[in-house]
Design a protein around this ligand. Sequence first.
Ligand code: CO
Length: 134
Amino acid sequence: MSAPDRIHHIGVAVADLDESIRLYRNALGAELVHRAASETEGLEAALLRVGDGEIELMSAMREDSPIGKFVAKRGPGLHHVAYGVTDIEVALAAAREAGLELIDAEPRIGLHGRRIAFVHPKSMGGVLTEFVET
Ligand code: CO
């Protein structure tokens, strides 16, 4: 089965990670599950659980990083939708077959230790789309 079985998380670009974690904790009772940084991607991220769903908050470590450029261009806000898949190789093959343009031709290890891959937003009606192997 190659179709995603659920929405895994929603990615949100933020200006200040600590402030945003506080906001999600106070406003929604979200629980901080994991926090990590990537020097190569120039971002810091926090995964928070809200009920049985998750929100991934991301802030830029550098202005010229992808998140830095995103926030400079559009401001903080919704960044991507991530779908959970059981086998990411199968999901990528199915996406390719469906004519989607992949940003990651091969899966890579995400900040939270799972295998991930991104689909270009122009293939998905303007929505940056991520697959996460669960
Ligand atoms: Co994500």
